[in-house]
Write a protein that binds this ligand. Sequence first.
Ligand code: ZN
Ligand code: ZN
Length: 429
Amino acid sequence: MDEKYSITGHGACKEVGRSAFVVDFGEKFLMDYGIKLNVDAIEYPTEITEPVKAAIISHAHLDHSGLLPYFYKKSECLSFMTQSTLELADLLWRDSIKIAEFEGMAPKYDKGEIEQTHRYNFVVPYEKKLSLTHNVSLEFFDAGHILGSALTKLTHDENTFLYTGDYKVNETQLHNGANLDVGKIDYVMTEATYGDREQADRKLEEKAFCESVQSTVERGGWAIVPVLAIGRSQEIVDILSKYNLDAPIYLDGMGKKVSEIYMQHADLIKDSDGLKKALNGVNWVEGKQGRAKAMKQPSIIVTTSGMMKGGPVIGYVQKIINDPRSKIHLTSYQAEGTPGRTLMAEGKLPREKTKELVKVGCRYEKFDFSAHPSQSEMIRALKKWSPKEIFLVHGDGKVMDLFSTKIKEELGIKTTAISAGKKVTFGKD
Ligand SMILES: [Zn+2]
Ligand SMILES: [Zn+2]
């Protein structure tokens, strides 16, 4: 019997970043179209040459949405995403033009092309089934990763396919965790970022983080908290508010604009009143004057960027770099080659102008607040869905090998890692 369906990988195949897959159910659909931000360059997925019926974006992060305006230079089909994904993605698309210019690369699209893209965007709420074509329907479920993130369920005849995008199974400060009640699932394409490991206990990590921030301010220092703009900056502010720390909190960088979008969609947050209270309680920093004010007395400064590659964090860190009372609190994964990674590995940071690496005199520590599922969280989700077949994307090759072995041991389900440029077929008649 012939296999009916196929997946072709264009990016995020045995790597993290530039997610792009074409899923074929007799009609083709593009699932995500992102970019990969490397230390000194941006990498793109392989070109999508085959016509598709629709593009579906799982969430706003640039490694999933970042190339959509480029897609519309040649395509005229609709794209589907949640409302908050669209608002956050729009912000990131505009920012990505600046990032490309900063890297000395020609941006793949301009502001006019971002405007164009909005003509084709169609927003879909969670748990509303929508026909994409006569034969294929779409339904989104909360993925618990960031605001608006979705698990995507596609149905063709009686067959169901679930693409997880990035998701989080356990609850976090802002989200309840992914909605795993997605009905019958035959095939799953799952991210595998942390397929090889477990994570620190979140509650203990929050406590250690808040205690560290508090003692930094108590000894007369500044607690600098570099954050990712989407999700992490709101989560950190929310955690700090919950602990009721006795110190002023400042919020700087792109996290401010993102926070406004979070406030507008607070109904999608676990404790919307708590988040509103937290965001209303912080001092939103504006311009040079605001930054000077934040540095007047010991305080907590939550600011982008999360890996200290750019953003207002650079300016703050230069001021406390030799102050033994102050401390940098990293709150996310630090990619190879970023200042954050160099700080953790060597205790050094580049000088602002000369980029010369110098030993820091302040304190530093990394805290684990992942928005991705650990191995056991994913096993739990896959066990609940118990599909006929599993496909792995969005993870390093070695991690995928370990994760496939684990899935086979625990669940006995056939598992395939999607390779770049290769077509994997499935679904016998
Ligand atoms: Zn993501
Ligand atoms: Zn991702």
